[in-house]
Design a binder for this molecule. Structure first.
Ligand SMILES: [Zn+2]
Length: 555
């Protein structure tokens, strides 16, 4: 008999319903006033389990060669939730199920078959009767489970939930030894702890692995390799992994980030980010964010979360927004300080004709925006170069633009020509990636004053951005106060430049939009950075001949 089919549209077969019932019958609340009472999943926890154990619809059961991981739609799962949401007890219960519960596909029921605990060395009396067409479960013969985290503190959070969950309930009879370091399971199985400093069991042929707080698993900790080694071990055994984490710092290239951004489709990703219009810096809106994040965790006291978040906000607002706000791209990940940028505006400063300037150009041909930023070499004053006949300065694709929309190349061309007429342009640095039609045209006209500067090279870009940011911090730069330019500066988010380190071996960053599809453009920020880079090169080359003078305000 095959799968019974959907009752409602969107239904799919999963062992998760059976496992949820099994957990409720066997796992107990590991602490607090309800210690020892049945552990019942919240709706969000159950949804995660049902998705992790989602089955393919076309599979058949062969008792001689049962399908292990390939029976499931997802090879592994990632759960991203705020601090204290309940990830550790969920993982503890999952480890119990992987240890002695019905977590493998054992065929489609005819109806009337049962999981009877007496057949599995458990005297709790629990019996689950399958309906026709329902997937049946069976236990691993020799489960090898690893609870993995960067530090013992982190594995401790899961372990401290796991031990009483077993010892204070019916599983105490089934699971013979629960120790400080490992748990012995029936059939030579075990549950072990693996940390960055305790890796001796790494490389084993594991059947289930929990990877906890993978937002902290950065290349520097060595945990990226740990994750890869464990996945190889799982692949050899037909096992699967569950990854849990807080929102991660997108500048760090962690395992959590890699999983989330990877294009592979056989990973279940469960991320529930709060509405973007709510500001974490605003007390009232922060409370709404917490209410959203902990809606499925009735055991959480929102006031207590608010108090902890408020305290963390004082020392590390970015961390607070990630931990309790569950936001990956928080305002704190901004590449540039927008308040600082605003303070550098000199809207009335006009750079005189014939001054030596540099230009940076970045953008696309059809999407996003196209920006040209000029920099006065002497003063470091920046402004967006617009259509000489007025109006647009940074060309942006209109929201309702049709397929045929293209940034007006002739307008951009006229703007560049007007700039060369009016000023002495030392160099224009241009990322030709999407605008080679303009690059070619200009290189043909102005020769080696037009320089291709590819922003996709992580190392030069990271250094250019560092210099650009330092110029803002140090007040070496001023700008015209263009509102769209400021928006692009504010939209730029830090991203780890993989494999690029500064002189002190600290990781460096480049910039990106908040997400690939984000409508918040950053092209003018990148163009501004290129223009600034060209100015630095002009000075280094001795091109700045005139006396340095202070910017003057004109009222
Ligand atoms: Zn039982």
């Amino acid at each position: 008999m095959p799968w019974k089919g959907p009752i409602q549209p969107g239904d799919f077969p999963s062992l998760g319903y059976l496992i949820t019932d099994w957990v409720e019958a066997h796992c107990v609340v590991p602490d607090g006033f309800d210690l020892g009472s049945p552990f019942v999943y919240s709706d969000e926890q159950m949804t995660f389990i049902v998705n992790h154990y989602r089955l393919k619809t076309t599979i058949e059961f062969n008792p001689a060669r049962p399908l292990l991981a390939p029976a499931f739609k997802h090879r592994r799962s990632q759960l991203v939730r705020a601090q204290k949401w309940g990830k550790n007890p969920l993982i503890a219960s999952w480890a119990c199920a992987e240890g002695v519960g019905p977590v493998l596909f054992a065929g489609w029921a005819e109806g009337g078959e049962v999981w009877d605990c007496r057949d599995h060395g458990c005297g709790c009396g629990w019996v689950y009767e399958y309906e026709p067409g329902e997937p049946m479960g069976m236990a691993w013969p020799t489960p090898l489970i690893q609870i993995t985290a960067v530090s013992e503190d982190s594995t401790g959070n899961t372990w401290d939930a796991l031990r009483p969950m077993i010892e204070k309930g019916p599983l105490a009879e089934v699971i013979p030894k629960v120790g400080e370091e490992f748990i012995r399971l029936p059939g030579q199985g075990r549950i072990d702890v693996v940390t960055s400093s305790a890796r001796s069991r790494l490389g084993q042929r594991v059947t289930a692995v929990s990877q906890d707080e993978t937002g902290l698993w950065t290349p520097e900790t060595g945990m990226v390799k740990v994750a890869e080694t464990q996945r190889r071990g799982l692949a050899g055994m037909g096992g699967r992994a569950v990854e849990t984490t807080n929102a991660w710092d997108p500048a760090e290239g962690s395992v959590a980030q890699r999983t989330a951004e990877s294009s592979v489709e056989d990973v279940h990703r469960d991320l529930r980010e709060p509405p973007t219009h709510l500001s974490y810096g605003n007390r009232r809106e922060r409370r709404k964010i917490h209410q959203f994040n902990y809606a499925g965790s009735p055991w959480v006291d929102i006031d207590a979360i608010e108090a902890e978040a408020a305290e963390l906000m004082e020392s590390d607002p970015a961390q607070a927004e990630r931990f309790f706000g569950n936001r990956i791209m928080g305002a704190q990940d901004a590449a540039f300080d927008l308040d600082r940028w605003s303070s550098l505006a000199l809207p009335n400063l006009v750079i005189a004709d014939r001054e030596l300037i540099t230009v940076g150009v970045d953008g696309a041909r059809f999407d996003d925006a196209l920006a040209m930023i000029a920099t006065d070499v002497v003063t470091g004053h920046q402004w967006p170069v617009g259509n000489p006949s007025g109006g647009v300065a940074i060309w942006t694709r209109p929201e309702n633009a049709g397929d045929s929309y293209e940034h007006p190349a002739d307008e951009a061309d006229a703007a560049m020509a007007a700039l060369f007429d009016r000023y002495e342009v030392w160099r224009a640095y241009i990322d030709p990636q999407w605008i080679d039609h303009l690059y070619d045209r200009w290189a043909g006209r102005w020769g080696d004053r037009i320089v291709a500067w590819t922003t996709h090279r992580p190392k030069p870009m990271a250094y250019a951005l560092r210099a650009y940011r330092a110029a803002m911090t140090g007040g070496d730069l001023s700008h015209s106060g263009d509102p769209l330019f400021a928006k692009h500066i504010g939209h730029a988010r830090r991203r780890k430049a993989v494999g690029v380190y500064d002189e002190d071996r600290r990781p460096m960053w480049t910039v990106s939009k908040a997400s690939p599809g984000s409508p918040l453009k950053i092209d003018a920020a990148v163009a501004g950075c290129l223009s600034w880079e060209a100015r630095g090169d002009a000075i280094a080359a001795g091109a700045k001949k005139k006396q340095r003078r202070a910017p003057r305000r004109i009222y």
